[in-house]
Ligand binder design. Structure first.
Ligand SMILES: N[C@@H](CCC(=O)N[C@@H](CS)C(=O)NCC(=O)O)C(=O)O
Length: 307
């Protein structure tokens, strides 16, 4: 079977997108890149996601995957070799995402924007204030720069400690744990000319960073957002209906629900459940421009509410 067209809606500076680009590299996949704007609006993407606005989103035909956790799950399901979960490490790499994507990431964001300071464009600040529902106070981040350096170093030092016995990767073999943790170092590297001052004291992490960079991004081709939307409109979702007899709330296919992130970018997306489990929920919705789509979300970090 030919590989389905994997369409990543992303922007080049996005650290969460870098995770997925690296997985394309590791799994040697060809993919289509739709470059979206760093700030809203994204008029060709919202018809597909139903309002979910965080970056990246993976589209396969009329199936749309929101959040890196569910994108990774789907890529591993479709392309299991080489695996991201070697040596029986099937739970911990995901669980580590709650460290790398939340507290470690927050320290990195504060460090990066504190460093960039008053060069951050006004429109970007306003956009991220809407995203977070809170002030994006660059002046406060700049004032807290010494503390943020400490925080970033403390998190990065856990990578250094883990590599301390001479291993190449965080677990026994290369895994999602490396991708998740690396995102933060990659992000700091893009924006922080002074990162080397911190990394000079983390030599194992610096060598690991170089190994990670060497993985590459697979085979990338550019696609327009209009073409991606057109692909969704002329495709049918391929997600089969599947209930979860163990669902603790008795949710089932056909139920009308909203799904939203529990931390930021909390836009509720409404649809009818197609498939669900402890780790995923897929909902069907119809849009005038995208047609019928199925939108997929993770469960950890997302709230499902009857609509
Ligand atoms: N938990 C999400 C977080 C994604 C995230 O925060 N992405 C950033 C960009 S790297 C974002 O959405 N920024 C706001 C935006 O792009 O609208 C995931 O794993 O995909």
């Amino acid at each position: 079977m030919p590989q389905p067209t994997l369409i990543l809606h992303h922007f080049d500076q996005s650290p969460f997108s870098e995770k997925i680009r690296l997985i394309f590299g590791y799994k040697k996949l060809a993919w289509s890149s739709v470059r979206i704007s760093r700030i809203m609006p994204r008029p060709d993407l919202m018809p597909m996601t139903g309002g979910y606005r965080r970056t990246p989103t993976l589209q396969i035909g009329a199936d749309v995957y929101c959040d890196t956790q569910i994108i990774i799950r789907e890529l591993e399901r479709r392309f299991p070799t080489p695996t991201l979960f070697a040596g029986g490490n099937t739970g911990v790499p995901y669980a580590l995402g709650m460290w790398t994507d939340r507290s470690f990431f927050q320290s990195t964001v504060n460090l990066v924007f504190g460093f960039i300071g008053d060069k951050v464009p006004r429109e970007f600040i306003e956009d991220r204030e809407k995203l977070r529902g809170a002030r994006f106070d660059v002046a406060a981040m700049t004032a807290a720069l010494p503390q943020m350096r400490d925080q970033f170093r403390a998190h990065a030092n856990w990578i250094e400690a883990q590599l301390g016995d001479g291993r190449s990767w965080l677990l026994d073999e290369f895994s999602l744990a490396d991708i998740n943790a690396y995102m933060n170092v990659w992000y700091a590297r893009q924006s922080l000319s002074s990162l080397d001052e911190i990394m000079a004291h983390l030599p194992l992490t610096a060598a690991w960073e170089a190994r990670m960079r060497g993985i590459g991004h697979g085979e990338r081709t550019e696609m327009s957002s209009a073409e991606a939307l057109e692909i969704a409109a002329r495709s049918s979702p391929e997600t089969p209906e599947a209930g979860d007899p163990a669902d603790p709330n008795g949710r089932k296919p056909g139920d009308l629900v909203t799904v939203s992130p529990d931390d930021y970018g909390k836009v509720p997306v409404q649809g009818r459940i197609v498939s669900l489990s402890a780790q995923h929920i897929a909902i069907r919705r119809t849009d005038a421009r995208a047609g019928e789509v199925v939108v997929h979300f993770p469960r950890a970090g997302f709230l499902v509410v009857p609509a």
